[in-house]
Ligand binder design. Structure first.
Ligand code: IPM
Ligand code: MN
Length: 362
């Protein structure tokens, strides 16, 4: 049965390098969902260094118009592109530009473990704007003579919104507790963070443990923090911890990323950018060998973000978990001495498990 509400429109932006390869399988699922009238799909739209190489801008006007007119962006990768020098175009430009345009101020990342079949992911929740991710006005560049400076500014409202969202995830049954990681033994912003996150969790009756960010890094690397937890932390800490958790899980491809505006849209109707956390992987581009798991996790997060499609997310995650458990796995996860699967054949294994489940719901 379909949830009542509007039909959400998704813009597909494959981006650079392996982006197009990893989104191909998930896009087949999106096409099936669109075929049943449950979403609208537009694209592929050019973005990133490849768009810069072709059109002279990483964020072409047609792409931005299509994103303004969509509820969410399904993004492949931003990175390098042959023939485009890093001096002319910085790969982070497109991602940061889209975050700012749509006020995508919160990042939610899901990290799964291969072979753990069906377990809940570890979630890293952080601010994406503000804090260490302040606007250009918080930065003082240096030509090498004077000091450089990056100001870290966090408001009580920003921290409250993040803490409430972490509690929402626990209440929705997506995790059973929160670990808040900060540097309250050093930074004023962390002391404010610690006091507000504690108050919000107490008010909501959600279990929350405070820890220092360095201890958190140790615990993640040591595998003490299991799935089923929301790691709630400042933007720059979460940037590092999400890569660390993916590394501990076995591959950067085991992390899906949602950058969202939890409030009303500020530009058109777009409120989210959903992508695998890995970049464009220039060394692997065109070889059909990279792991598309992060793009599937991003797809599940996208579907779950909107009430109208929320029920369609878990079947995607379940299909991915099964395919990861059954193998064969892509080169990054394949046991030594086994023949790795390619991107397309691993995606086909996920889709063969996801499509029958989705069709029951469409
Ligand atoms: C990420 C990236 C970005 C970030 C960069 C490109 C600004 O590392 O999405 O994790 O730090 O958020
Ligand atoms: Mn990062």
């Amino acid at each position: 049965m379909s949830a009542a509400g509007r039909v959400r429109r998704i813009a597909v932006l494959p981006g650079d390098g392996v982006g197009a390869e990893v989104v191909a399988g998930p896009v087949e699922l999106l096409e099936a969902i669109a075929g049943a009238g449950r979403i609208e799909l537009t694209g592929p739209w050019p973005v990133g260094a490849s768009a810069f190489g072709e059109l002279g801008t990483g964020l072409p006007a047609d792409t931005l118009a299509a994103c303004d007119g969509s509820d969410a962006m399904f993004f492949g990768a931003a990175g390098e592109h042959p023939g485009v020098s890093l001096d002319d175009y910085r790969p982070e430009h497109s991602i940061i530009g889209l975050r700012q345009r749509y006020d995508l101020r919160v990042s939610i990342r899901n990290i799964v473990r291969a072979g753990e079949g069906g377990g809940r992911p570890l979630i890293v929740l952080r601010n994406l704007l503000g804090g260490a991710y302040g606007a250009a006005s918080t930065r003082t560049e240096s030509d090498g003579t004077d000091a450089a400076c990056d100001e870290v500014i966090l408001t009580p409202d920003q921290i409250t919104e993040l803490a409430e969202m972490a509690c929402d995830l626990v209440e929705q049954g997506l995790a059973s507790s929160i670990v808040s990681a900060d540097k309250a033994n050093l930074m004023a912003t962390s002391r404010l963070w610690r006091s507000i996150t504690g108050q919000v969790a107490e008010k909501r009756g959600v279990p929350l443990r405070h820890t220092y960010i360095d201890r958190m890094a140790f615990e993640l690397a040591h595998d003490d923090v299991v799935a089923d937890t929301v790691v709630l932390t400042e933007g720059i800490f979460g940037d590092m911890l999400s890569d660390l958790a993916a590394g501990r899980a076995g591959s950067i491809a085991l992390c899906g990323s949602a950058s969202v505006n939890p409030g009303p849209p500020v530009q058109g109707r777009c409120v989210g950018l959903f992508e695998p956390v890995h970049g464009s992987a220039p060394r692997h581009t065109g070889k059909g060998r990279v792991n598309p798991s992060g793009a599937y996790l991003a797809l599940a997060a996208l579907l779950e973000w909107f009430p109208e499609t929320a029920e369609l997310g878990p079947p995607v995650t379940a299909a991915l978990s099964e395919a990861l458990q059954a193998g064969p796995l892509t080169y990054d996860l394949a046991p030594a001495g086994t023949e790795p699967a390619g991107t397309a054949s691993f995606a086909a294994a996920v889709n063969a498990r996801a499509l029958p489940r989705l069709k029951e719901l469409l």
